[in-house]
Design a protein around this ligand. Structure first.
Ligand code: TPP
Length: 339
């Protein structure tokens, strides 16, 4: 796909580089904090922690294509999407640690990040469960004729879930302003797309609903993702839903406890091919091709990412845990402590 990098400023490319390295470093640090298992001070607990290492360009490129009043919603691989949308990393880290200062008051954890002020609606653990919500948000925006659109990330595995079929059908019937961006990392947990899907080209799914078949883009290239998602969001505002794909890869297992994925001999070659197209390297090459003498600037941005993540850990560690009243708040209407 032809790209239009000429229109992007140096400042913009460096800004995206900043976000991509910040997200990479943030998730690496979370991985480390999760595995301090034998450490009594283990900071991140819980059964799962799903990293999106390798898919940062898909997350950053797509989210940067949103207008301020547009919306974004996703599944559980949500850390990078939150940070790209502008959620303060301090609050993201606090949520990872189950602290009261987290994005969901410490009651959601890594799979349930959200920020209503930024129209970032989460973070959902049930595969495909967020898709009907995306339609509901888009229906509201269409009803009030706002011109705002919804970016809905969806995994390739979730395309086989009933929620997808029902949502795709109604979105097309009502011509809702939604871009369904399939984050195609070729696998759902440990199951390959060809083992679970009769139709392995995600975009072809649109045909069954009469929906626009959008582009398939290189999910390792933040610029390509940005330009395609921006164009499709604008199309959807006037015309209805679009299904598009970002081809990307999960460098790690499904969750951090899934060590089997990286141990699979049959996938080693494939992993190496994708790692050679690490989104950080792809963007660095783009920047260096266009601008000279950027090494120091990039190094400063790397250092800045380390600092931000260090501070987020300090913030989260020193934040209070939710108390009893937090626990029962927003559970039942009218429920009072001690009653
Ligand atoms: C309704 C439902 N079924 C099954 C699961 C278990 N599960 C969690 S993640 C996952 C795979 C989803 O794959 P995909 O949508 O491609 O997302 P990815 O993990 O690749 O980002 C499954 C089956 C679940 N969370 N919810």
């Amino acid at each position: 796909m032809a790209t239009k990098t000429e229109s992007l400023t140096k400042e913009t490319l460096l800004d995206w580089y900043h976000d991509i390295v910040l997200i990479r470093h943030f998730e690496d640090r979370c991985h480390h904090l999760y595995f301090e298992e034998k450490d009594p001070a283990r900071k991140i607990t819980g059964v799962y922690l799903h990293l999106a290492t390798g898919s940062e360009a898909t997350h950053v490129g797509a989210v940067k294509a949103l207008g301020e009043d547009d919306h974004v919603i996703t599944a559980y691989r949500d850390h990078g999407i939150a940070i790209a949308r502008g959620v303060n990393p301090d609050r993201v880290m606090a949520e990872m640690m189950g602290k009261r200062t987290g994005t969901s008051g410490g009651k959601g954890g890594s799979m349930h990040l959200a920020d209503r002020d930024l129209n970032f609606w989460g973070g959902y653990a049930i595969v495909g469960g967020h898709l009907p919500l995306a339609a509901g948000i888009a229906l509201k925006e269409q009803y009030v004729k706002s011109g705002n659109a919804v970016l809905c990330f969806v995994g390739d595995g979730a395309l086989n879930n009933g929620y997808f079929h029902e949502t795709a059908n109604m979105a097309q019937v009502w011509k809702l302003p939604i871009v369904f961006l399939v984050e195609n990392n070729l696998v759902g947990m440990g199951t390959r797309i060809e083992e679970s899907s009769g139709q392995t080209n995600p975009i072809k799914r649109a045909v069954g609903y009469g929906m626009k078949e959008g582009p398939s883009v290189d999910g390792q290239d933040v610029v390509e993702v940005y330009e395609a998602v921006k164009a499709e969001l604008d199309w959807s505002r006037e015309n209805g839903p679009v299904l598009m794909e970002a081809r990307t890869y999960r460098f790690e297992g499904h969750g951090v406890s899934d060590k089997a994925f990286n141990a699979r001999e049959d996938l080693k070659g494939e992993l190496a091919i994708w790692e050679a197209r690490d989104p950080i390297n792809v963007l660095t090459a783009r920047i260096k091709k266009k601008y000279k003498d950027v090494d120091e600037t990039l190094a400063a941005l790397d250092a800045e990412a380390v600092r931000i993540v260090d501070e987020s850990v300090e913030y989260a560690v020193s934040s209070p845990a939710p108390d009893y009243n937090d626990l029962i708040a927003n559970v039942y209407v009218g429920f009072e402590a001690g009653v």
